[in-house]
Design a protein. Structure first.
Length: 73
């Protein structure tokens, strides 16, 4: 199931700040995008706190915040 796949990612995130460890990458942006497709994202974030942490980190980056704001218009 999709939740089982998110559980694998959640576990991988327990070993570092980002999907690739200490390095922010496009993988983190992609994970953020996928997590926002979950309805509602807050339910996913409540179940998977490491995914929530990465999503918040992506949104906190200035370039990401600008792109997200533009998309949400």
């Amino acid at each position: 199931t999709l939740l089982a796949q998110f559980a694998i990612v959640e576990d991988a995130l327990s070993h570092g700040e980002w999907l690739l460890g200490d390095r922010f990458s496009a993988c983190d942006i992609y994970l953020h995008m996928l997590s926002t497709w979950f309805d509602p994202p807050a339910a996913l974030y409540a179940r998977f706190p490491n995914i929530a942490r990465v999503a918040a980190g992506v949104e906190a980056r200035s370039a990401s915040a600008r792109a997200i704001a533009k998309h949400r218009r």
